[in-house]
Design a protein around this ligand. Structure first.
Ligand SMILES: Nc1ncnc2c1ncn2[C@@H]1O[C@H](COP(=O)(O)OP(=O)(O)O)[C@@H](O)[C@H]1O
Ligand SMILES: [Mg+2]
Length: 462
């Protein structure tokens, strides 16, 4: 973060200096809540979680070089005592964001936030010093955490904003005011908590509402719900998509046999060819969103295309492909909702052309009343895409197998198993060299364990 003294830091977070913390000490590190990521000079934020209490690691954090600890009770190490760690990091990030010279870019959407953030950060890094969230840091802790990674040398600060309810994104935009805000898509992620897709649109729209007239709203021309948000902002609108009307377009999109997209990036009468390294047709939309932002920040189309074409997947378990004993394992188990399930199944169909395809699909959580229909529809889609073998895992995923059976006229097989262990052992029985397996489900289904164990077992077999 931007350098400050311990005394000023305490004032910003409304805390009390304790245990001999020198009030003149200059602090310029990040604010870290995971002691494993701690660097010399950082502030250690003691957070009490479900399983561990950060206060237990405070002494180790200071021994490892932390300048001080933000804690909710007085400790034997240099600390600032605050009432609530989240309130404290929010206040600190809000103050520091206002001091940053960086251009702040914020992204939201039902799917693709992290993928787009990873593409955008790699593109913008060619132009200037860029800070972006590690992994999927996008909530009331991860968002201010990322703001505090930036310092006076940061030119571009990319932030991912997530919402599980109305008002959440508005809160995040109050921490760091966006100059550019992009809404990727509006789908059914967290539908259970929101109640309706209209409520999701209401929440996502808070991002563009936070823009002022000199800001830029980057909207998906292919998503009518996103385009409606244009009415909710004073900012200038820039659109991206395959739609004819889009300002930043993809033309002649082709997906090669490895599932990667090639296309002409087209904007303002210019074109440049993009060959994505990241996998899946859905990445075209994410790449266009990143391109639209980068173009607004003054990058040439050729530079943007070069950046997109060399960008690799930075975050785990998102269409991560591993070859093991002749079997291609696609681990897309980071999360799942109906849109991302469809995208992943389409990629499976393309990658497995001429080979046997197997889909191991778990629950799509948090869909509320839509859950049964949504799972059923995924089973039917798997049949239509000619997936050869389908294993639905866990009780909530049972309608996937039922949907596939009802869709019928299929030479494949659909089955249901109760848990990840059974899925793994059945897979090991049926898989042969040449097969392509997709593993996907919501975070809570922990299906990355199937993919990882599968790779280990297959490699041991080879
Ligand atoms: N633009 C998109 N449209 C539909 N599905 C997508 C899109 N981008 C990514 N996905 C799917 O969603 C999953 C999660 O992607 P991620 O980038 O982590 O999204 P988020 O951060 O919004 O949760 C990916 O594994 C992929 O299957
Ligand atoms: Mg994410």
């Amino acid at each position: 973060m931007i350098a400050t003294t311990a005394a000023e830091l305490a004032a910003i977070v409304n805390g009390r200096l304790a245990a001999g913390l020198d009030s003149e000490l200059v602090i310029a590190g990040k604010v870290e809540f995971d002691s494993r990521r701690l660097n010399e000079g950082d502030v250690f934020l003691a957070v009490k979680g479900e399983h561990v209490d950060g206060h237990d690691f405070a002494a180790a954090a200071v021994a490892a070089g932390a300048a001080c600890v933000l804690a909710t009770r007085e400790l034997d190490v240099p600390c600032i005592v605050v009432a609530d760690p989240i309130v404290a990091i929010t206040a600190l990030a809000t103050t520091m964001a206002a001091r940053l010279p960086a251009t702040v870019i914020e992204l939201t959407g039902s799917s693709g936030k992290t993928s787009t953030k990873d593409l955008l950060a790699q593109v913008l890094s060619r132009q200037g010093r860029t800070v972006a969230p590690p992994e999927s840091f996008n909530n009331e802790l991860g968002f201010p955490y990322t703001v505090l990674l930036a310092d006076a040398s940061t030119q571009f600060l990319v932030l991912e904003a997530s919402a599980r309810g109305i008002g959440h994104i508005r809160q995040l935009t109050r921490i760091a005011h966006p100059a550019i805000a992009a809404v990727l898509n509006i789908g059914s992620a967290h539908l259970g908590e929101f109640g309706s897709v209209a409520a999701i649109a209401l929440a996502k729209g808070e991002l563009v509402e936070a823009l002022t007239a000199d800001g830029i709203a980057v909207l998906n021309a292919d998503d009518p719900m996103v385009m409606k948000l244009a009415a909710r902002t004073e900012a200038r609108i820039v659109t991206f998509g395959e739609h004819q009307s889009a300002d930043v377009r993809a033309e002649s999109v082709r997906i090669d046999s490895t599932g990667r997209a090639t296309f002409w990036l087209s904007a303002a009468g210019q074109r440049a060819e993009v060959q994505l390294q990241v996998l899946g047709e859905h990445q075209v939309s994410n790449a266009l969103a990143a391109a639209a932002v980068a173009a607004e920040l003054g990058m040439s189309l050729a530079e943007i295309a070069a950046g997109l074409s060399s960008a690799t997947a930075r975050s785990h378990w998102r269409m991560e492909v591993t070859e093991a004993a002749g079997v291609t394992v696609i681990n897309d188990a980071y999360n799942a909702n109906p849109e991302s399930m469809r995208a992943a199944l389409k990629s499976l169909a393309i990658i497995s052309e001429g080979r046997r395809s197997v889909a191991v699909l778990g629950e799509m959580a948090e869909l509320g009343a839509e859950s049964l229909t949504a799972h059923d529809a995924i089973g039917r889609l798997a049949v239509r895409l000619n997936v050869n073998d389908l294993i639905a895992v866990g009780s909530a995923a049972r309608p996937i197998a039922n949907g596939a059976e009802l869709e019928g006229s299929w030479n494949g097989e659909a089955r249901w198993v109760a848990d990840n262990e059974t899925a793994l052992s059945q897979l090991l029985d049926v898989l042969e060299p040449g097969d392509v397996v997709l593993v996907k489900g919501s975070r809570s289904a922990n299906m990355q364990r199937i993919a990882q164990a599968l790779v280990t077992e297959l490699q041991a077999r080879a």
